[in-house]
Design a binder for this molecule. Structure first.
Ligand SMILES: C[S@@+](CC[C@H](N)C(=O)[O-])C[C@H]1O[C@@H](n2cnc3c(N)ncnc32)[C@H](O)[C@@H]1O
Length: 272
């Protein structure tokens, strides 16, 4: 990846692709709400930056219809080729995808009605340059829509234990080591204002989920992918992992257990 960023911390394995697909389903109502707040509709042009395997891009393509246009960009070769084969197999004429760095886009200036980025800014070493690029490719009056993490350490398992809740600082450390931040949402509104955006709306995004519910499964899938990596990267020992996994299984048997999701923010900002 260019610009000194390390490889996307969660990789592009089959497991990560399946996790991103499920994640898209779990949060698609919130995502759709942000699109409605911003006003994306038939005939619009939208750039989906950091599109991953393109689950949102394909939904956006349906939303803007054949007279609209979606341009998707991601740094991962594997994700881009997946999106590309989906475009071909679905016969879509209104989506293009390209491999690229969101801090150095090849897309033309002043061409998009909307730029959408979900769970991208938290992984960027240089979010300011990425936001400047989004500003550059938007038409005057066009809108940037960002959905991202805001205050990661506010997430907890209740009633929980020190072992269960030590997972959140461990994940925060991992992303920080990759130059990202799961607290980026708190910085975005002032960063965007300084770049020349006018903030249109800021929405809190948070959920409570009990074992068996989709949002619980969402964090569980994240754990299945990321806990082994914590051990591989020396952040946790094998003993810590075993203790965590056994407490996690026990917590699921308690009818009072719930997960308070990492608070996120939905930002809609207009290019002035
Ligand atoms: C958590 S995934 C989110 C994917 C998608 N936006 C979604 O909501 O399903 C983060 C994505 O950001 C991409 N990414 C990270 N840094 C990037 C960069 N500098 N330029 C382009 N893509 C980047 C990764 O390759 C990965 O696909």
């Amino acid at each position: 990846m260019e610009n000194g960023s390390k490889e996307y911390v969660l990789g592009s394995s089959d497991m990560e692709i399946a996790r991103l697909a499920f994640q898209h389903e779990v949060w698609s109502d919130v995502t759709g709400g942000l699109w409605r707040t911003a006003g994306i509709s038939y005939g619009d042009s939208v750039a989906d930056l950091g599109c991953g395997p393109g689950f949102a891009s394909l939904e956006l393509a349906r939303l803007v219809g054949p007279e609209g246009q979606v341009a998707s960009v991601d740094a991962s070769e594997r994700f881009v080729s997946l999106v590309s084969s989906r475009i071909t197999s679905l016969g879509l004429q209104n989506v293009t995808v390209s491999k690229g760095d969101v801090t150095a886009l090849t897309l033309e200036s002043g061409t998009f009605d909307f730029v959408f980025s979900r769970w991208l800014y938290c992984f960027l070493r240089d979010p300011v340059t990425a936001a400047r690029e989004a500003h550059r490719i938007l038409k005057p009056g066009g809108k940037l829509i960002v959905m991202d993490y805001l205050n990661y350490l506010a997430s907890r398992i209740f009633p929980g234990s020190d072992v269960l809740n030590s997972i959140f600082p461990a994940y925060l450390k991992t992303v920080n080591e990759h130059y990202g931040s799961y607290n980026i949402g708190g910085e975005l509104p002032s960063m965007l204002s300084e770049i020349g955006f006018e903030i249109v709306s800021l929405e809190p995004i948070v959920r409570i989920a009990r074992p068996g519910e989709n949002t619980w499964r969402w964090v569980e899938l994240f754990n299945e992918l990321s806990v082994p990596a914590l051990v591989e990267n020396g952040i946790w020992t094998e003993d810590q992992r075993e203790q965590f996994e056994s407490e996690w299984e026990a917590a699921k048997e308690n009818p009072g257990t719930f997960f308070f999701s990492p608070p996120m923010i939905g930002v809609v900002a207009e290019r002035s």
